[in-house]
Design a protein around this ligand. Structure first.
Ligand SMILES: *[C@@H]1O[C@H](CO)[C@@H](O)[C@H](O)[C@H]1NC(C)=O
Ligand SMILES: *[C@@H]1O[C@H](CO)[C@@H](O)[C@H](O)[C@H]1NC(C)=O
Ligand SMILES: *[C@@H]1O[C@H](CO)[C@@H](O)[C@H](O)[C@H]1NC(C)=O
Ligand SMILES: *[C@@H]1O[C@H](CO)[C@@H](O)[C@H](O)[C@H]1NC(C)=O
Ligand SMILES: *[C@@H]1O[C@H](CO)[C@@H](O)[C@H](O)[C@H]1NC(C)=O
Ligand SMILES: *[C@@H]1O[C@H](CO)[C@@H](O)[C@H](O)[C@H]1NC(C)=O
Ligand SMILES: *[C@@H]1O[C@H](CO)[C@@H](O)[C@H](O)[C@H]1NC(C)=O
Ligand SMILES: *[C@@H]1O[C@H](CO)[C@@H](O)[C@H](O)[C@H]1NC(C)=O
Ligand SMILES: [Cu+2]
Length: 565
């Protein structure tokens, strides 16, 4: 009797635990397949995960390990990257095609082991092959262990807000046309909020994303910029936003009327439903931040969603109020927000000692046209580089080549400094500087060394803001500024107290940014501009972080199902 009671109790405890974890499954299946979607009055097939656009949100606890089996039921090669997940010692499941794996071919599957560590809040997942990430993406929400409070008042509801970019054309065609032309890509036709363009676009008002709120409650927006090529401003009319997290790390609360989010970045923002009756309804809206010269065009449309109060009879027939958004080219507004984010983490360490220092230019470039039919400036073919090396994607993955000692795939000569110092941000630069070298060059880094990397934007071809993303790490953004980096003066102003801890830094147009991280994660880690067109053009490199001495400082062995190219 007693024993059966005890069994029963154990049983109920087990049930309670199962129920608690039910929503947070450790094994997931992602079926990559085409599905038909209608946007902007036009129906087309897009690549999706499980037929959903945006794809499913993964909910996990901090420090968990989960498995996602990706079944490629589509027509194209694909890989998935877990953006912002450090994957300690496990580059095998990081995802970028030909960097850490061969793509999953149609009909095949691959089981990703995703190792979470210190990430908290919102990060995301997306395809990392060709331009499939346009529609193959979704949020990852990393929750606290049960019972641990947030470092801010608990929101009433948490809502994913995934910002995307939509083309009427098939994205495979957009990419092919772009590569063939040598010019810039065709601009997108719309931005989207949770897959919907919103009612400023034709045929879209029916399905505009709506968030119904209760007066007096607090809401947390779990925001991802999944757009391919544009940094975005976002705001909600009459409601300020308080950022409390960025790129899977808490920030000191930062309250603004608008936020800025680059491709690759995530933000956790809280707003209060604080309007008094008649409460009305309010647009949330996003549009591009794109400052450049006339060579670069961009999609200047605006996507909207609606914040609607419960039980509000007044607003049903009145137009929602529109928020203030800074002008497209308002660099000061963009960096007023980005430059004010501060890390909350009290364990910050400044990484001052024994630094490996790298100074890398990031540039748009041109090649002479091979067939006199190129649409870059003056008939050239556009390109991009870091330290004048335009990264050439190999046909055997770099991780496999490194692990199995296959020579001829890459070399380790990525330079610590640019080949030439010039006035990087000058208005007029000589044309001979524009042509880069093409190569597959990586940077090898000792285990546990402190790395300091200064990105210097240049005004070659067109100065632009570049969101630079590093796999395998978050880094501290200790400084940034406009113009040329001054190695004597600028380090004196570094924030070595509470710099933001990010995985993607927006380097200001014709300016610089300095990041620091400890290379405590052995493996092969891609570093690239998260504007998809610049990634394709070669604004990329790879860090190989060597194994440490002890076995627990070694890269894990490849899983037995790892495919080889
Ligand atoms: C797909 O991946 C395989 C394996 O790497 C490769 O041989 C093939 O060329 C790829 N196909 C395309 C269309 O890129
Ligand atoms: C909302 O904001 C607009 C413009 O920013 C302002 O004119 C209006 O008074 C505000 N409405 C409320 C209800 O706060
Ligand atoms: C957007 O760009 C188009 C084409 O360049 C232009 O005609 C239009 O005026 C622009 N709209 C806005 C709101 O700037
Ligand atoms: C909406 O109004 C109904 C009826 O007055 C009330 O029962 C309900 O609680 C209200 N809902 C909210 C979310 O305020
Ligand atoms: C931004 O655009 C406005 C309107 O097109 C223009 O007047 C202004 O000079 C631009 N500012 C910068 C910094 O390019
Ligand atoms: C570099 O170029 C900028 C923009 O043309 C100019 O203002 C600055 O004076 C130049 N710096 C030097 C050192 O020549
Ligand atoms: C990049 O390298 C090419 C080829 O060596 C050279 O022509 C060009 O001037 C270099 N550009 C810069 C900015 O260093
Ligand atoms: C195009 O050619 C003209 C004339 O040679 C030159 O002034 C201009 O800088 C070139 N532009 C680019 C982006 O190469
Ligand atoms: Cu870029």
């Amino acid at each position: 009797m007693l024993s059966s009671k005890r069994t029963l109790l154990t049983f109920f405890l087990a049930i309670a635990k199962i129920v608690h974890y039910e929503a947070l499954l450790r094994h997931h299946d992602f079926f990559v397949k085409e599905a038909s979607y209608t946007r902007l009055c036009k129906t087309k097939n897009i690549l999706t995960v499980n037929g959903q656009f945006p794809g499913p949100t993964l909910n996990v606890y901090r420090g968990e390990v989960i498995y996602v089996k990706v079944h490629n039921n589509g027509r194209y090669n694909i890989t998935i990257h877990w953006h912002g997940v450090k994957q300690p010692r496990n580059p095998w499941s990081d995802g970028p095609a030909y960097i850490t794996q061969c793509p999953i071919q149609p009909g095949d599957s691959f089981d990703y082991k995703i190792i979470f560590s210190m990430e908290i809040g919102t990060i995301w997942w997306h395809a990392h092959s060709d331009w499939s990430r346009a529609t193959v993406h979704g949020a990852i929400v990393v929750h606290h262990e049960p019972g641990t409070p947030y470092p801010f008042p608990k929101p009433h509801q948490e809502v994913p807000i995934i910002l995307g970019e939509w083309w009427k054309q098939d994205i495979v065609q957009v990419l092919e046309e772009f590569v063939a032309s040598g010019g810039p890509p065709r601009d997108s036709d719309a931005y989207t909020i949770n897959g919907q363009p919103g009612d400023l676009y034709p045929c879209s008002s029916q399905d505009t994303f709506k968030l119904t709120v209760v007066s007096g409650k607090r809401y947390m927006l779990r925001m991802v910029n999944a757009a391919l090529n544009e940094v975005l401003f976002f705001a909600i009319a009459n409601h300020s936003l308080t950022a409390v997290g960025a790129d899977g790390s808490y920030t000191k609360p930062l309250t603004k009327d608008y936020v800025v989010i680059s491709p690759g970045q995530t933000l956790d923002c809280i707003f209060e439903a604080n309007q008094v009756p008649p409460k009305g309804s309010y647009y949330m809206a996003a549009r591009a931040y794109s400052r450049t010269n006339s060579i670069v065009s961009f999609d200047n449309t605006t996507t909207t969603g609606i914040v609607q109060y419960y039980n509000d009879s007044v607003s049903v027939n009145t137009a929602p109020l529109f928020p203030f958004l800074p002008h497209y080219n308002d660099t000061n507004a963009a960096f007023d927000f980005l430059g004010s984010l501060r890390s909350l983490d009290p364990t910050f360490y400044p990484l001052n000692e024994d630094k490996t220092q790298i100074f890398s230019t990031i540039s748009i470039n041109t090649f002479p046209c091979e067939n006199s039919k190129c649409f870059g400036p003056n008939g050239t073919r556009l390109s991009a580089s870091m330290n004048n090396i335009s990264f050439q994607s190999p046909s055997i993955d770099i991780l496999g080549a490194y692990y199995y000692h296959i020579s001829g795939v890459f070399n380790t000569r990525f330079p610590n400094v640019p080949p030439l110092y010039f006035n990087f941000t000058d208005r007029d630069l000589p044309l001979f500087l524009q042509t880069p070298k093409q190569a597959t060059q990586v940077k090898v880094i000792d285990y546990n060394s402190n790395v300091e990397l200064v990105f210097q934007g240049t005004n070659l071809v067109a100065g632009l803001d570049h969101p630079m993303h590093l796999h395998g790490f978050n880094f501290y953004v200790v400084g940034w500024g406009f113009g040329n980096f001054d190695p004597k003066k600028d380090p004196l102003n570094y924030n070595l107290v509470d710099p933001p801890f990010r995985n993607t830094v927006l380097v200001p147009i014709n300016g610089w940014a300095t990041i620091r991280f400890r290379a405590s994660n052995p493996g092969v880690w891609f570093m690239h501009c998260h504007l998809e067109r610049h990634l394709t053009w070669g604004m990329d490199t790879v860090f190989i972080v060597k194994d440490g001495k002890r076995s627990e400082e070694h890269m894990l062995s490849p899983p037995h199902h790892m495919m080889r190219c």
